[in-house]
Design a protein around this ligand. Structure first.
Ligand SMILES: Cc1cc2nc3c(=O)[nH]c(=O)nc-3n(C[C@H](O)[C@H](O)[C@H](O)COP(=O)(O)OP(=O)(O)OC[C@H]3O[C@@H](n4cnc5c(N)ncnc54)[C@H](O)[C@@H]3O)c2cc1C
Length: 437
C-alpha cells in the first residue's frame, strides 16, 4: 500500500516550471475504464518508464503505462538537463568499489546511455535543444589534483580523451565567476530540455502503448502466473511489471524503499538574458556542475535563461520558498545576476543510494522489475535502464546484470532513520561547503 502522503503529491499545488511552460503536456486520451490483461504494465511516466515501454513495444509486447499524475511529472520533467556519461561517482571510485572489469562495463554502458539519447533525438527529430559540453568547476584546492588524476587515469586506462583541464584563469575566462579554482570539461556530455525529451518520447509511443495518466497504482500482488496491479481506475493483469517511480516510490515495493533516500532538490529560471549577456557568463554555453557535496549546477536554456539548481532538503515536504532558497546560492556564484527577475522556481525528488550507483532488481519471482537510485545522474541512465529492462524481460539479462549484481546497503531502521541519518550527513557537508565558500 502507499503511504498517506505520496511523494508525487508534493507538486500538486505548485506553480508552473520553466520546462512545463516550454512544451505542451502529453494529455493522453487513454482511459482505463475496465480491467485489462496485457504483457507488461509500467508504473511511472518518467524516462525509465517511457524508455521501458518504448523498447518493450518495439519487441512486440503489449504495454500500458500507469502514471499517477502526468507524463514527466517527476524528476524526468524537472531536472537540470545535464546528460552525463559515466556514473555519479568518478570512474576510479567505481573501480575501487566493483573491480576493474565490472567498472569498465559500467563505463561503456554510461557512454552508451548518452549515445542512446542522442540517437533517439536524431532518428526522431526531437526538438529538445541538445548542446555539447559539461564543465565541472572546482570549489576546493584539492580538486585540482583530482582533475589531473582523472584525466590521466581515463586516458591511460580507458583511452578516453574527452576531458580537458582548465586552470584558475582559464576557468574564469570560460565561466565568469570568482569562486572557482579550476575546471574540467567533459566533451562526452551534453545538456538539453528534459521535459521536451520526455514528452516527445511519450508522443512517439502513444500509438502502440496505452498511457494512463492520473491513474496511480495503489498496490500490486502476485496471483497465479500473473501480477495484478490495482490502480485508481481499475485492475490490470500483467505477466511482468516495471516499477519506474525512482524518488517517488514510497512503499509500493515494500522494504525496497530503504535502499535509497528521497532528496528534494530545487531550481530557478531567470528571465531571458539574451545570448550576448549569457555568453559573457558561460562563454561556450556549457552546462556546469561544481564539486561541493551539495552541488550547484546550471546552464542556459534554449531562450537564454539561467537555469540554476542547488540546495537540497530531505524532509517529506518541499521548502516553502524555493525561489529565494536557490536564488541566494545563485547570487553567490553570479552576483552580476542580481537585477534579473526570477521567472520560475520549482523542485523535484530524486533517489540517492548509499554507494550512488543505481539499484536494479526484481521481486515476485522476477515478475516485478525495478530500477531506481540514479543519485542525481539519471537523465541518460534512466533511458538506458529502459533498454536493459526490455532486454531482461525478453530473456537476455547479461547487461541488466551489470547493475542488478551491484549490492546496495539498506538504510538502517528504514523509514524511521533514513531521513535523520542523511540529515546529519548533510549538516556535516553543508558545514564543509560553507567553510570553502
Ligand atoms: C531537481 C533535479 C535535478 C536533477 N538534475 C539532473 C541532471 O542534471 N542530470 C541527471 O542526469 N539527472 C538529474 N536528476 C536526476 C534525474 O532527473 C532522475 O534520475 C531521472 O529523471 C529519473 O527518472 P525516472 O523515470 O526513474 O523517475 P521520475 O522521472 O521521477 O518518474 C517517476 C514517476 O513515477 C510516478 N509515480 C510515483 N508513484 C506512482 C504510483 N504509485 N503510480 C503511478 N505512478 C507513480 C511519478 O508521478 C513520476 O512521474 C535531477 C533530479 C532532480 C529532482
Amino acid at each position: 500500500m502507499l503511504t498517506k502522503n505520496q511523494t508525487y503529491r508534493q507538486h500538486d499545488n505548485e506553480k508552473i516550471s520553466f520546462y512545463r511552460s516550454s512544451v505542451d503536456d502529453l494529455n493522453s486520451k487513454d482511459q482505463l475504464n475496465a480491467d485489462i490483461d496485457i504483457d507488461v504494465c509500467v508504473i511511472g511516466g518518467g524516462l525509465t518508464g517511457i524508455s521501458s515501454a518504448l523498447n518493450l513495444s518495439k519487441k512486440g509486447y503489449t504495454v500500458a503505462i500507469c502514471e499517477a499524475r502526468k507524463v514527466g511529472w517527476g524528476a524526468s520533467g524537472r531536472n537540470g538537463g545535464q546528460l552525463g556519461i559515466g556514473m555519479r561517482k568518478d570512474q576510479y571510485t567505481v573501480e575501487k568499489m566493483l573491480g576493474i572489469n565490472h567498472a569498465k562495463e559500467l563505463w561503456n554502458l554510461g557512454l552508451e546511455s548518452v549515445d542512446e539519447v542522442k540517437s533517439l533525438i536524431k532518428e526522431n527529430n526531437i526538438d529538445c535543444h541538445l548542446v555539447n559540453g559539461v564543465m565541472s568547476t572546482a570549489c576546493f584546492e584539492k580538486d585540482i589534483d583530482e582533475y589531473k588524476f582523472e584525466i590521466e587515469h581515463m586516458s591511460k586506462n580507458y583511452q578516453f580523451e574527452g576531458y580537458k583541464y582548465f586552470n584558475k584563469s582559464e576557468i574564469k575566462h570560460e565561466i565568469d565567476s570568482d569562486i572557482y579554482q579550476a575546471g574540467m570539461l567533459n566533451s562526452g556530455s551534453y545538456h538539453l530540455n528534459p521535459l521536451k525529451l520526455t514528452i516527445s518520447l511519450a508522443n512517439l509511443i502513444k500509438k502502440n502503448v496505452k498511457i494512463y495518466e492520473n491513474n496511480r497504482v495503489l498496490k500490486l500482488y502476485e496471483k497465479n502466473d500473473k501480477v495484478e496491479i490495482v490502480t485508481k481506475n481499475g485492475i490490470i493483469k500483467a505477466n511482468k511489471v516495471v516499477v519506474a517511480c525512482n524518488g517517488y516510490l514510497d512503499t509500493l515495493l515494500g522494504s525496497k524503499k530503504n535502499k535509497f533516500i528521497p532528496i528534494n532538490n530545487y531550481i530557478v529560471a531567470t528571465e531571458p538574458l539574451g545570448e550576448k549577456k549569457a555568453r559573457e557568463i558561460i562563454r561556450n554555453n556549457y552546462a556546469v556542475c561544481d564539486t561541493r557535496f551539495i552541488i550547484d549546477y546550471y546552464r542556459f536554456s534554449e531562450d537564454w535563461r539561467m537555469i540554476f539548481g542547488g540546495g537540497e532538503t530531505f524532509t517529506s515536504k518541499f521548502v516553502k520558498d524555493s525561489k529565494s532558497f536557490v536564488t541566494k546560492r545563485m547570487l553567490k556564484v553570479f552576483p552580476q545576476l542580481k537585477d534579473y527577475k526570477i521567472d520560475y522556481s520549482w523542485g523535484g525528488t530524486l533517489a540517492i543510494t548509499v554507494n550512488r550507483l543505481p539499484h536494479f532488481g526484481s521481486i515476485m519471482n522476477n515478475k516485478v522489475i525495478y530500477a531506481f537510485g540514479y543519485s542525481g545522474h539519471g537523465l541518460a541512465l534512466s533511458v538506458l535502464a529502459g533498454k536493459l529492462i526490455a532486454e531482461h524481460i525478453n530473456g537476455n539479462s547479461d547487461r541488466f546484470k551489470f547493475f542488478s549484481d551491484i549490492s546496495h546497503m539498506s538504510i538502517p531502521c528504514g523509514s524511521l532513520l533514513r531521513r535523520p541519518i542523511y540529515s546529519s550527513t548533510i549538516m556535516y557537508y553543508k558545514f564543509r561547503d560553507y567553510l570553502s565558500s
